[in-house]
Design a protein around this ligand. Structure first.
Ligand code: NAD
Ligand code: DAU
Length: 365
């Protein structure tokens, strides 16, 4: 493979993956395709934008004509698909956008890639003379998905494995589950070369401050209330974003075709406990007295259909490809808080009054 299309490369995880791939593989041309929605930000990629093996294309994954052109113009051999609507709370208010982008957008990419790779295979160009029966040789479609497709666990020590039945509850997870099914259908029906990974909650730099960790760091910074949904007892399994990008790189290169890999940190936190660690870290780094920001904790209306617990068993990825998270959570949180506090301008530039109003009305905060 030479020409790799990364969709959603201007978002949180996508920008970390683009940076890794551009720096680690000078022999690849990395084409970052992104619509630059509210969550996409080219500021996230300033350090790689002038590299000779990097190119940005603004396009909508739902526009199949645009996608056909980008794939053909750049002679794409490999696709890593991250572009999505990614925030559960938004999906509750606006489910159609999630169906459009996450389902129809994925379908457009699958279809455009299948058409291009089929019509440009060595065999089709030689009129069938090479006798190669696989038009997809050397091609790959890697779909980045989420653990939320598996539903919710009880507090009983169980984990999501690759064999756990899909049981999505939110419009977001339903749309991601649907896109996963289409990717597998392309593999089973057309012999299309796919890989899928399902990852747990990511944290780190460049995450849009609507998600728990950057939102709360920003609010502590401004002495604003910290809206804890319900009783704060929901559990999430947190993974440092650069570890997720490293896992995607590994699976992309060494994973088996047609397979699914779960990615997670074996790092479960009850929301309220995580929030207390965040408060302690931000207060310390800002030079405030210990516990100064604890009174900002404000219990608000719970998220509708709030999944109780996610926990990923990433044993398959560890056994088969040797991956494990590189960073301890304490170190990851320390680095993450430091990054947001040192990049207040980035936070301010992506935080508009409009998006604050949106959530304030939803959760009475
Ligand atoms: P994000 O919201 O930060 O970024 C999404 C990117 O997709 C943005 O740059 C946006 O501009 C782009 N995009 C949206 N609609 C588009 C369209 N129609 N055409 C082209 N580009 C479009 O998301 P993220 O948190 O970086 O998540 C990336 C992927 O990883 C998603 O598929 C998500 O489901 C998955 N995922 C996320 C997490 C997490 O904790 N954030 C965990 C597991 C899996
Ligand atoms: O598990 C992977 C998923 O993790 C990804 O697929 C999603 O794209 C990503 O957004 C994330 O989903 P969550 O809903 O788990 O993340 P979020 O940061 O929105 O919320 C984390 C937990 O914190 C969840 O239990 C809800 C709670 N929460 C969140 C916000 C934004 C609050 O209590 N208050 C808040 O203001």
């Amino acid at each position: 493979m030479k020409n790799i299309l990364i969709t959603g490369g201007a978002g949180f995880i996508g920008s970390h993956l683009v940076r890794l791939m551009v720096n680690k593989y000078p022999q690849y041309n990395i084409i970052n395709l992104d619509l630059l929605t509210y969550a996409g930000n080219l500021e996230n990629l300033r350090d790689v934008e002038s590299k000779p093996n990097y190119k940005f294309v603004k396009a909508d994954i739902c526009d199949i004509e645009q996608i056909r052109r980008v794939i053909a113009d750049n002679q794409i051999d490999g696709i890593i698909h991250l572009a999505a609507e990614s925030h559960v709370d938004r999906s509750i208010v606006d489910p159609f956008s999630f169906a459009r982008t996450n389902v129809m957008g994925t379908l457009s990419l699958l279809q455009a890639a299948r058409e291009y790779w089929t019509s440009n295979s060595r065999d089709s160009k030689s009129g069938g003379a090479t006798g190669s029966s696989n038009p997809f040789e050397g091609k790959l479609f890697y779909h980045v998905s989420t653990d939320e497709v598996y539903g919710s666990l009880e507090n009983d020590g169980s984990f999501f494995t690759e064999d756990t039945k899909y049981d999505p509850h939110s419009p977001y997870s339903a749309s991601k589950a649907s896109s996963d099914h289409f990717v597998r259908a392309w593999h089973d029906t057309y012999g299309f070369p796919v890989k899928i990974s399902n990852c747990s909650n990511n944290y780190g730099s460049f995450q849009f401050p609507e998600k728990l960790i950057p939102l709360f760091i920003n609010n502590i910074r401004h002495n604003k209330p910290l809206p804890v949904y319900g009783k704060g007892e929901n559990v999430r399994d947190w993974l440092y974003v650069e570890d997720h990008a490293a896992a995607i790189d590994l699976i992309f290169h060494e994973g088996k075709l047609g397979e699914t890999y779960n990615i997670g940190g074996f790092n479960e936190w009850k929301n309220i406990d995580l929030i207390k660690v965040l408060i302690a870290t931000v207060d310390r780094q800002l030079g405030r007295p210990a516990g100064a920001s604890l009174p900002l904790i404000t219990y608000v209306t719970d998220r509708a259909g709030h999944d109780l617990r996610y926990a990923i068993d990433s044993g398959k990825l560890n056994r088969e490809l040797g991956w494990s998270p590189s960073l301890q959570f304490e170190e990851g949180i320390e680095k993450t808080v430091k990054w947001y506090l040192e990049n207040g301008k980035w936070l301010d530039s992506v935080t508009s009054g409009e998006y604050q109003k949106y959530y304030d009305s939803m959760y009475n905060r």
